[in-house]
Design a protein around this ligand. Structure first.
Ligand SMILES: NC(=O)c1ccc[n+]([C@@H]2O[C@H](COP(=O)([O-])OP(=O)(O)OC[C@H]3O[C@@H](n4cnc5c(N)ncnc54)[C@H](O)[C@@H]3O)[C@@H](O)[C@H]2O)c1
Ligand SMILES: [Zn+2]
Length: 377
């Protein structure tokens, strides 16, 4: 993808208790990403060694109370003062009202500029708590501890934080890079199958963006979550891919847009179904098939790749057919309103081959419509 190799993430193995470490390059935020299985009890030592202040606001999804208890215990053992802030599960908590509540909680607990926020949960918590960290007292340190596959391979990396408005998703936010990302794949044991598959849709996206052995690995992936060590490797590959992209384009003026492969039609389908019928990854699964169809028609992609994608999506319970009740006109309307689209151009990501990305494509609307309606057959 034209990304200089010497700007890439660097991986090394630290003390076993804290897993392996991928170093985000300075231009991607310059922070360590710890990754392993059964490493959660080491988080207190790792963070207390880097934290500038002694207080931590532990913002966590209400669904991961036990994991929050482990993180708290580890941090308290390491001498940190932890204030727990459970947040009700679900996208509706990603709101300005919740930002205000959490900031006031931080103020009441006496958090100062040198203190930190730990975001423990999926992408919802990462975005919400990340935005709290970005704005509280003009910005305090942030640690991401992702507990969904989607958050591990995608939202915990790259520094995008924010909340939703009634007017639109992610309409208020900031780029705020974490000081530490800490991933323990064992936390995925409690994740519902559908959420696991939804995260895997993003993994499949990376596989087509990168091609090569990552695509082969993903195509041959057994039932989710899969063997632990292999899963750690797979997550690491996705993290490294995203870090390489963010390192050259933190603010999405160019290459970072490649990560939106499958997201143009995917967002349209999500919006047209009020974010209810499909989990994000399920919509991306459909969006990916639309992007690959248009890639075959407009960018010379071998048609067989679309079938390869459909096969791997199906194997993990992801949709390759659009529900007949979904209104095509509404999907097309929503495409026009997607905030990521640039004026009237669709600004789509296509590929001419796995690993060969084309940015800013603007295929004719009727062909986009045809590619979406093809999913109904
Ligand atoms: N910042 C970014 O770059 C970025 C990228 C992609 C997505 N996002 C955002 O991420 C959000 C979606 O993230 P998500 O898919 O992780 O959703 P989520 O955070 O809502 O989590 C999904 C569900 O899993 C539950 N859960 C989380 N961890 C669990 C665990 N270990 N065991 C059991 N249940 C668990 C949650 O309670 C929730 O019901 C959206 O708000 C999206 O906008 C952000
Ligand atoms: Zn996505």
């Amino acid at each position: 993808m034209g990304v200089a190799a010497d700007d890439g993430p660097v991986e090394h193995v630290s003390a076993v208790a804290a897993g392996r470490v991928i170093e985000a390059p300075p231009s991607a935020g310059g922070y360590p990403v710890h990754l392993g299985a059964g490493i959660l009890s080491g988080i207190g030592d790792v963070w207390s060694g880097r934290a500038r202040g002694g207080r931590v606001l532990l913002v966590h999804d209400a669904a991961v109370v036990e994991i929050a208890g482990m993180v708290e215990a580890s941090m308290v053992d390491a001498g940190l003062h932890v204030v727990r802030a459970p947040v009700p599960s679900g996208e509706s908590s990603k709101s300005l009202a919740e930002v205000e509540r959490l900031c006031r909680l931080a103020a009441d607990a006496g958090l100062r500029r040198a203190d930190s926020v730990v975001a423990l949960g999926g992408g919802m918590i990462g975005d919400l708590a990340g935005f709290v960290a970005a704005s509280y007292q003009r910005g305090i340190d942030l640690v991401h501890v992702p507990t969904t596959l989607l958050a591990m391979v995608d939202s915990a990396i790259g520094g995008k934080t924010g909340v939703n408005l009634p007017e639109g998703k992610n309409y208020v936010g900031a780029i705020w890079q974490p000081k530490l990302v800490y991933m323990d794949v064992e936390v995925l044991d409690s994740l519902p199958e559908r959420e696991l598959a939804s995260g895997f849709a993003e993994v499949i996206k990376y596989a087509f963006l990168e091609g090569g052995d990552l695509l082969e690995l993903v195509e041959s992936w057994p039932v989710l979550p899969g063997p632990r060590e292999a899963l750690i490797d797979l997550v690491a590959r996705c993290v490294e891919h995203k870090l390489r992209v963010v390192a050259v384009d933190e603010r999405e003026s160019g290459l970072r847009a490649s990560l939106n492969l499958g997201h143009t039609a995917g967002h349209g389908i999500e919006a047209a179904t009020e974010y209810e019928r499909y989990a994000h990854g399920e919509a991306i699964s459909l969006g990916l098939l639309v992007a690959l169809r248009l890639s075959a028609d407009h960018a010379g992609l071998d048609e067989a790749h679309r079938d390869r994608a459909a096969t791997v999506l199906r194997r993990h319970g992801l949709p390759d057919k659009l529900h007949p009740e979904v209104d095509l006109d509404r999907v097309m309307d929503a495409l026009g309103r997607d905030k990521k689209s640039d004026g009237t151009a669709l600004n789509m990501v296509l590929i001419s081959a796995p690993g060969e990305v084309i940015l800013g494509a603007d295929p004719p609307r009727d062909e986009v419509r045809r590619a979406i309606s093809e999913l109904r057959r």
